[in-house]
Design a protein around this ligand. Structure first.
Ligand code: GDP
Length: 307
């Protein structure tokens, strides 16, 4: 069994690659829920949904949301003066309505994900990191923002003073999470944000220790190439968490206690020695995943590198 720790955009590309390379039956994804939020009374779980849509083959070309979706409901809400900055498509809204109704009837988030998974025809196991509500709060010079307000509404323009993950200390790993980590043949840390995706998953009490106990079987993939994130504002999150450096080496250092092997881009060869000095084995390859061929190829390299 391969187990992936994943956030949204970067994470789902790796999870998709692993599914293409090794099949879905032997794949489990433990997914960040710190980006979740309530919109119009509905619980929206962006990272879980990206992974589910990707595995179901229904993700939109842009990498999130449902393929060929329309936005009539959102347009209607904005006619009524509602804030419509978070791109919830009509078909996507069905997922959030269904999830919210199930949870109103007492279902846990992990039960909901299991229901969505089965109904969307996904064979891989997909798990939220926790069933408890966890919310990432970003503080900037102009005040506190919910994660999606900072990222999507405000376009991540401001520098970050601090990042608080509300509810994390009291969260329990979702059913199956610790067992999966314990029994995995291979654990892949996807190239997701080390702070607000993987950092959040590892921050669920008990998870970091469980992954560290399997360190020899853990392989990470860098989200940073040439000193910059492949996409998105990872630099701001790193600075906000107190890391001055944005590099593959810095990623390896953040993960040094939980992963024995770290995959970096071939163009970052100059950082390989510094990564080895951290006690982490560097593996060099092309780590960009623009299309399914690239995802599958990288996943094969990851699986082979783990031995
Ligand atoms: P979020 O939850 O949607 O913010 O997404 P993640 O945390 O899963 O991923 C964000 C990270 O993915 C960013 O730091 C990107 O640099 C990284 N990323 C996106 N696409 C790729 C890719 O093709 N290759 C690699 N190595 N990293 C990527």
């Amino acid at each position: 069994m391969i187990v992936a720790l994943a956030g949204g955009t970067g994470g789902s590309k790796m999870v998709h690659g692993l599914a293409l390379a090794n099949g879905q039956r032997d794949l489990s994804a433990i997914v960040n829920t710190g980006d979740d939020g309530e919109f119009f009374g509905l619980l929206v779980c962006p990272d879980l949904d990206i992974n589910l849509y990707c595995l179901a083959g229904v993700v939109a070309e842009r990498g999130w949301g449902y393929a060929d979706d329309t936005f009539h409901c959102l347009e209607g809400l904005s006619t009524y003066g509602r804030e419509a900055w978070f791109g919830l498509g009509d078909r996507d809204l069905a997922t959030h309505i269904h999830r919210t109704l199930l949870m109103r009837d007492g279902a846990r988030l992990s039960d909901v994900v299991e229901d969505l998974r089965a109904r969307l025809g996904v064979e891989a196991r997909v798990m939220p990191m926790t069933d408890d509500p966890v919310r990432t709060i970003i503080t900037t010079p102009s005040g506190e923002r919910r994660f999606q307000e900072y990222l999507v509404r405000d376009g991540a323009r401001e520098e970050i003073d601090s990042i608080r993950i509300e509810g994390l200390d009291a969260a329990a790993p979702a059913p199956g999470v610790l067992e999966c980590i314990r029994d995995a043949d291979l654990i892949v840390i996807a190239p997701s944000s080390p702070i607000v995706s993987i950092g959040t998953i590892l921050g669920v009490p008990g998870v970091r220790e469980a992954v560290a106990a399997r360190r020899d079987r853990v392989i990470g993939v860098s989200p940073i190439i040439g000193g910059a994130p492949v996409e998105g504002p990872a630099q701001k999150f790193l600075r906000g968490a107190g890391y001055a450096e944005c590099s593959a080496r810095q990623m390896a250092e953040i993960y040094a206690d939980v992963c024995a092997t770290f995959v970096i881009d071939a163009s970052d060869e100059a950082e390989a020695g510094a990564i080895e000095a951290l006690g982490v084995r560097p593996v060099l390859t092309d780590i960009l995943m623009p299309d399914r061929q690239a995802r599958e190829r990288l996943a094969r390299v990851v699986i082979e590198a783990a031995g």
